[in-house]
Ligand binder design. Structure first.
Ligand code: BEZ
Length: 210
């Protein structure tokens, strides 16, 4: 069954390039991103994994632990790792789960048979410290993901988790945020002095993280 927002991210134990990985234990109190790619030794995947590795300082800054996955073996992942470093300039610096029997892929509904019967699609699950799924994305094999967008999404999720705000279209850190409609003007004034009213239901304030 498909995993929906607010569901507990299924736990699993699997082989990975970092040894046996128990997912929930590995995440600990951190945020997590579990993402699948279709296949080792393929072009788009090579660029994606290098891009994720290159963003390690950004994941660390946000306390995000990233875990990749495909239905290939650990031996294949390790053999491919050299190509990723050579081509992208970024060596793998996060665990790549090996899921040849598709246990995890099935648990997370990462195989979409009408797209491909055997390979995982490009799924992404952003998981909060409470182990609940906060965001899902699914891209097809031929379209590489924009991992800077995932950083932006994490920036939004982390703000909206602890402040009574939402982020508007195309928001980036530093832009104004929206005060959630469930707050009265009086409550909004206490939490966000000087907030602006664009419409009674659209009130903005400064980014709470500055
Ligand atoms: C790729 O990573 O380039 C790719 C993988 C599977 C199917 C198509 C493209």
């Amino acid at each position: 069954m498909a995993i929906r927002l607010g569901d507990t991210a299924p736990d699993f134990t699997a082989d990975s390039t970092a040894g046996t990985l128990s997912f929930h234990e590995y995440l600990g109190e951190s945020w997590g991103i579990l993402f699948s790619h279709p296949k080792d030794f393929t072009p788009v995947c090579t660029t994606e994994l290098g891009a994720v590795a290159g963003l390690k300082p950004e994941w660390d800054k946000r306390d995000v632990k990233v875990v990749g996955l495909s239905v290939d073996s650990v031996a294949d992942h390790n053999a491919w790792a050299g190509d990723i470093a050579e081509v992208t300039g970024h060596a793998l610096n996060f665990p790549l789960v090996a899921d040849p029997d598709r246990t995890v892929a099935d648990l997370y509904d990462m195989i979409h048979p009408n797209a491909d019967n055997t390979l995982t699609v490009r799924s992404v699950f952003v998981i909060g410290p409470d182990k609940k799924v906060k965001l899902t994305l699914t891209y097809p094999a031929a379209t590489g993901r924009n991992f800077n967008e995932l950083l932006r999404v994490v920036d939004s999720l982390q703000r909206t988790a602890v402040n009574k705000v939402a982020t508007p279209a195309n928001w980036t850190p530093g832009d104004k945020v929206i005060i959630v409609p469930s707050l009265s003007d009086e409550q909004a004034g206490e939490l966000f002095p000087g907030f602006e009213t664009v419409k009674p239901y659209l009130r903005t304030t400064n980014d709470p993280v500055r």
